[in-house]
Ligand binder design. Sequence first.
Ligand SMILES: [Zn+2]
Length: 320
Amino acid sequence: MSGSMSSTTALPPIEIQPRDLSAYRAGNTGVPYVHRFDSGRPGPAVLVNALTHGNEFCGMVAACHLLDSGVRPLAGTLTVSFANVAAYESFDPLKPFDSRQITHNLNRIWSEAWLDGPEDSVELRRARELRPVVAAAEHILDIHSTSADVSPFWVYPDRAKNAALARALPLPEVHLVMPAGLGSGTPLIQHGRHGRDEADAGAALVVECGQHFARATGERAIAVTMAFLRHLGVIAAEPEAPAPARPRRFELLRTHVVKDQAFRFTRPLVGFEVFAQGELIGTDGDEAIVAPCDDCTVFMPTRQPIVGREGVYLTRPMAD
Ligand SMILES: [Zn+2]
């Protein structure tokens, strides 16, 4: 079998097909692919954001569900956005991991330094376009998925409002908490007031819904989105609301960014593997990546190391 064939057979099945989003391009806010619905009543300003990474289709599934089924807020405003449509439209089923981004990671450039800086790219242009949309949102649900087929999880900066909202929802049960941010850039959920924890900042969460191309991941994204909107009173509560999950929380200790093309793990990792203190997790050129604590749990190990991109997140379980 040729090398290219074996790498093709190693690809996961594409159970979610990318839809043509041209019908959503115009939107109603003046910003392409952004739709806002106003209840005319007081209430929260909620943003549901999809496709921050172009090949993470579950957010597209959830956003299309909101738009296609005509979900309208009972209170406050509901904004639905498709972020990196340019990367999404570059999808090639033979290279399904390549359409994550065109140039920049759209989820690492939400600092003033990048947004007000001199550089230009598809993602920087789009972030500058989306900036007022993100800045206006009180509560944000940014919908993502993972390369590997692992348990879904929340990701959020260690702010009380984030933890309270994630804890109130029935899924997912795993929380990845970032006391010191990502360490590799500023994500969308830490833009502006959400990065400064100002009194008026609501909750801003990333949800990782499962493997990028699995049908169940899209279904989970819809379930999480509806639960998020119900909890905030944007849509009607269910008569028998499911109980909140008992959380399993992990604290991000370090984000390892790949420095050398020879980066590799000591064994194949998909995420949630546990290492003892001092145990070797991988090597990055001459650098040993070693577990800094007992029960060190890895999140989002890279499927294909690329110099300058994240290689692995090292975490430890939190008391609750
Ligand atoms: Zn993502």
